[in-house]
Design a protein around this ligand. Structure first.
Ligand SMILES: [Zn+2]
Length: 250
């Protein structure tokens, strides 16, 4: 069978002298691992189109469960992330995360779109990598069905009014906000302010193209980070190698 698909290269590794295995996150088939024969030594076009972070048009042949790449053409390669260690490290983490949370042969088009807008954001000048990481994590968990509940108390269902000076209580165990009366049931709760709640709502619901078109104060970014430090490992139980590397750098 011949498969034509648009896909993002989320992993590449060399096998033998010149072949390469790539993991593609495809539009139509979800995650696929494919052999790209002679990709290391092939003409420059094929070699660069099979690199990590390339979004392109791919043609593959399939036989049983194995895929072999016939051709690859670059649509976008996100130049801005390739020559900067910080951006490269965060982009690598995004790809490792994506690989872990996606399933073979299950199309998850919103996650693919998220990955693409995230790489675009990281490739921009003055990219705030730490904020981009948190936005990506919150939205990715939302797309996976683990989005934080922000409109009403998770425990009793009371609608939480939107007041600028209001404080809210966030609990990872609850999976979102809890009201003043219910917060004592959740020992892990922490206080957040209105702007942080609003920012999370925006991250979960904004059109993908506008996801990274905002900035926040350091205080809000810190609150988002504190939430993600608890929330993300609760749902994605994995020690990412790329994060270990980031810790040694920054
Ligand atoms: Zn409640």
């Amino acid at each position: 069978m011949i498969i034509k698909t648009k896909a993002l290269v989320v992993k590449e590794y060399i096998v033998g002298e010149s072949d390469k295995y790539v993991t593609l996150f495809t539009k139509e088939y979800g995650k696929i691992q494919a052999l790209a024969p002679k990709a290391k030594k092939a003409d420059k076009g094929f070699a660069s189109a099979t690199q990590l972070f390339v979004y392109g048009d791919f043609i593959l042949t399939s036989f049983k469960d194995t895929y072999r790449m016939v051709s690859a053409e670059i649509i976008e390669m996100f130049h801005g992330i390739r020559n900067d260690l910080e951006r490269l490290s965060y982009a690598s983490y995004m790809m490792e995360f994506l690989q872990y949370v996606t399933e073979p042969m299950l199309p998850q088009i919103e996650l693919l779109r998220l990955a693409l807008v995230t790489l675009q954001a990281l490739a921009r000048e003055n990219a705030n990598c730490k904020l981009i990481r948190r936005i990506y994590e919150i939205r990715a968990l939302g797309e996976l069905g683990f989005g934080v509940q922000l409109l009403a108390c998770v425990e009793c269902g009371e609608i939480l009014e939107e007041e600028e000076n209001e404080k809210y209580f966030f609990s990872t165990q609850a999976g979102g906000l809890v009201c003043k009366n219910c917060k004592s049931y959740y020992k892990d709760h922490s206080m957040i302010n209105y702007s942080t709640r609003y920012t999370m709502q925006y991250i979960l619901s904004a059109p993908m193209k506008q996801l990274y078109h905002f900035t926040v104060t350091k205080h809000i970014q810190d609150q988002l980070s504190e939430i993600c430090k608890q929330y993300v490992p609760y749902y994605v139980d994995k020690e990412f190698k790329t994060l270990e590397f980031i810790k040694t750098l920054f």
